[in-house]
Design a protein around this ligand. Structure first.
Ligand code: SF4
Length: 115
């Protein structure tokens, strides 16, 4: 099986061709080793860092931005977004505070300070 995709690791955006034959995965079109690794990961175990916002209950019209501490499996994004939507926090919030722990091995952490 052959798959074409665009490397999103840097702005150059190389067009990668990934060949998958049984358990052999090879990548061409990459300009650097990062692209090869991206192509392999994208076709064998795609992951993404999820970013979102969470409501701050004790501050009017205030949300705190959050993200996963590590990339999570791409097919779990909607489940993670659903869990994030269920929670709210109270200020103060510091950058790095854990909002939800251990969601598909990642924590949901604050990326903004709310005093
Ligand atoms: S293959 Fe390398 S140079 Fe090309 S987009 Fe990916 S990271 Fe950038």
């Amino acid at each position: 099986m052959k798959k074409e995709l665009t490397c999103i690791i840097c702005p150059r955006g190389c067009t990668l061709t990934v060949n998958i034959e049984n358990s052999n995965v090879s990548v061409s079109g990459n300009s650097c080793p990062k692209g090869e690794q991206y192509g392999i990961n994208e076709c064998t175990n795609p992951t993404r860092t999820v970013t979102s916002i969470v409501r701050v209950t004790n501050r009017e019209d205030t949300m705190v931005s959050v993200k996963t501490s590590i990339p999570i499996p791409k097919d779990k994004i909607f489940e993670v977004m659903g869990e994030i939507r269920k929670v709210s926090v109270e200020a103060p919030v510091k950058i790095g505070d854990v909002i939800i722990s251990d969601l598909f091995s990642a924590d949901i952490i604050a990326t903004k300070e709310i005093l």
